[in-house]
Design a protein around this ligand. Structure first.
Ligand code: ADP
Ligand code: MG
Length: 393
């Protein structure tokens, strides 16, 4: 496995230091409560380590898209409560992330204590990566830790800018994400089988090309497969097809040859709804007026055959409209096939992570990325700005 090349919190002396930790607490809230705390849980190893080692831990994060406005419904306050409950560590919440009062709170806090700053995006300077704002954040601490993999593809003040003013290292979640996802780019484990699905090809052209270069087989399902099937001249009826992407799909098909495997049958529906009439048809026989909402059983069997032989599996994008229970079978069957295989399994993508958490198979997957957009950009082979600024080992 490729070694992790960035310094981590293990490589710096944190005892008796103030540490600014960028975490990804961009969690779904409902009625002022945290609805899903996966991302908070994922940040615990870093926070607990720093507390144990006697650092003063100052946490910052964005939440949602307040566009530089102070929106009470996007306050991180509920996260402080949940974090405290999950970690067993008292967490002090402060109502801003910069300014004299915050500086004072950071200066007065004790070691092994935890402070959570308010949503960084309440300031428009955050997403503009304003250097003065970044320097203000940096002035709270002596060391910067980036543990927010999910925000690492954005060059914002708290994820990138601040690293120009402080020694900057990775947290444990960042290290874990990059180490697992890095296996997909390392060319060390074969057969490497990639599975791609989801709605739009145009979002994922870069990922398709990158994975085709590296994987032994790329299995494709979901809405994006329709555009490739249309490029082969098949009738897709009312299915989601991106006309603008048919040309690039044809080119990819030509280059990929047998390495790209498309569905051979489909579950089709007469309407885009959970209770639509449905039938299973060969992929060559989609009638007018019907649309593909899931892969069919023969496709599941074919894909599962590849997964069985795999040593490394990377999955992004559901195989169908899994939000409708009637069209979630293909996605669930593929999740099961991945869980059953001996391969190292890595899942990236927000909807894919949601799909797997519905199945109860979470424990059988080696790594489920906390970063949707970040994991895709990483798999494309792009350098993530929030990682690039961290110190090399
Ligand atoms: P991820 O977030 O894991 O990267 P995407 O956002 O690319 O995944 O795609 C997820 C969406 O794709 C889901 O909302 C799902 O309903 C949709 N989808 C999957 N298959 C189809 C299909 N055949 N037709 C229309 N939409 C589809
Ligand atoms: Mg998505």
């Amino acid at each position: 496995m490729a070694a992790f090349k960035k310094k981590t919190i293990r490589d710096v002396d944190v005892r008796g230091r103030r540490i600014l930790v960028r975490v990804d607490f961009n969690v779904p809230l409902k009625n002022g409560k945290v609805e899903d705390d996966t991302r908070i849980q994922a940040a615990l190893p870093t926070i607990q380590y720093l507390v144990r080692e006697g650092a003063a831990v100052i946490l910052c994060s964005h939440l949602g898209r307040p566009k530089g406005q102070r929106l009470p419904e996007l306050s991180l306050r509920p996260v402080a409560e949940r974090l405290s409950r999950l970690s067993g560590i008292p967490v002090t919440f402060v109502e801003d992330c910069i300014g004299p009062e915050i500086k004072e709170a950071a200066r007065k806090m004790g070691f092994s204590e935890v402070l959570l700053l308010e949503n960084t995006r309440f300031h428009p300077e955050e997403t503009k990566n304003d250097p003065n704002f970044a320097a203000e954040l940096a002035s709270l601490a002596e060391i910067y830790v980036n543990d927010a993999f999910g925000a690492a593809h954005r060059a914002h003040a708290s994820s990138e800018g601040v690293a120009h003013y402080l020694p900057a290292v990775a947290g444990f979640l960042m290290e874990k994400e990059l180490t697992f996802l890095g296996r997909a780019l390392s060319d060390l484990e074969h057969p490497f089988v990639a599975i791609l699905g989801g709605a739009k090809v145009s979002d994922k052209i870069g990922v398709v090309k990158s994975l085709l270069d590296r994987a032994d087989t790329l299995l494709m399902g979901g809405g994006m497969a329709n555009t490739f099937l249309a490029a082969q001249g098949l009738n897709m009826g009312e299915s989601l097809v991106e006309e603008d992407a048919i040309e690039v799909a044809s080119e990819i098909l030509k280059q990929a040859g047998d390495n790209l495997v498309l569905p051979i049958d489909a579950t089709i529906a007469d309407a885009f709804s959970d209770d639509a009439h449905q039938q299973i048809v060969p992929i060559t026989a989609v009638p007018d007026g019907w649309r593909i909402l899931d892969i069919g059983p023969e496709t599941v069997e074919k894909f599962s055959g590849f997964l069985k032989e795999a040593r490394l599996v990377v999955w992004n994008g559901p195989m169908g409209v899994f939000e409708f229970d009637s069209f979630a079978k293909g996605t669930h069957a593929i999740a099961q096939a991945i869980a059953d295989s001996d391969a190292v399994s890595i899942i990236g993508g927000g909807d894919s992570a949601a799909a797997i958490s519905k199945t109860g198979l979470v424990d059988q997957i080696d790594h489920i990325s906390t970063g949707g957009g970040a994991s895709l950009e990483f798999l494309e082979g792009k350098e993530l700005p929030g990682v690039a600024v961290l110190e090399d080992k």
